[in-house]
Ligand binder design. Structure first.
Ligand code: TMP
Length: 211
């Protein structure tokens, strides 16, 4: 069971995916919590290259290829072994992020992105994807104030993109969700953390029970 969490910067998905993991563990599930880019030693090093604010000269194609490389290694080292062991795998971002950011955001060819996603994943698709949706001004505001407070200050390359870029990413995510309504659940992320968490836990536990 492979569940992914998506959304724009500052939507609160990392907080929510951790809360969900804790609740599933409490309910007796075996859980692997991971993230992209990253999730294993080699992909964490690729992450540092991708998100470094000093790497403003990185071309969109280099960016896309690095995300694909990080994903391929992450699946090999972390995701496939965890799924084989019977864990519920919760992944903070996955292939939809590439379509939203590099496709809708950067304007790269969606067919090329689809091909690279297939190559990197070997055809593994999430069973369920939770899209945390909130207005760009709110998400980005949160993300930037986090950076100003110097949390993860080096990982700010995307946060420094224009409001227009992030709007395109948000619209992209919503388009992807409309294209696959049976896989996506859209959650209104502009609500109190505990309320959102209870909502997500209800959806995921109902879904796990149904399988
Ligand atoms: P994070 O802040 O959620 O950890 O994600 C890191 C950044 O990487 C975020 O700005 C979104 C971006 N990203 C892409 O552009 N493409 C991808 O395929 C993934 C997984 C993330």
């Amino acid at each position: 069971m492979f569940i992914t969490m998506e959304g724009i910067e500052g939507c609160g998905k990392s907080t929510q995916v951790k809360l969900l993991a804790a609740e599933l563990l409490r309910l007796g599930h075996r859980v692997t919590l991971t993230r992209e880019p990253g999730g294993c030693v080699i992909s964490d090093r690729i992450r540092a290259i991708l998100l470094d604010a000093d790497h403003g000269a990185m071309t969109p194609l280099t960016e896309l290829l690095l995300y694909a490389a990080a994903r391929s290694q992450h699946l090999n080292d972390t995701v496939h072994p965890a799924l084989a062991a019977g864990d519920v795998v919760l992944c903070d971002r996955f292939t939809d992020a590439t379509m939203a950011y590099q496709g809708y955001g950067r304007g790269l060819d969606p067919l090329l992105i689809g091909e690279l996603n297939r190559l990197a994943t070997g055809g593994l698709f999430p069973d369920l994807t939770i899209l945390m949706d909130c207005p760009v001004e709110i998400g980005l505001g949160r993300a930037l104030s986090r950076i100003d407070a110097a949390i993860g200050a080096k990982e700010e390359r995307f946060e420094r993109e224009s409001l227009l870029f992030h709007q395109a990413v948000r619209d992209g995510y919503l388009t992807l969700a409309r294209q696959e309504p049976e896989r996506f659940i859209i959650v209104d992320a502009h609500r109190p953390v505990a309320e959102i968490s209870a909502h997500i836990v209800r959806i995921v536990t109902a879904w796990l029970t149904g399988r």
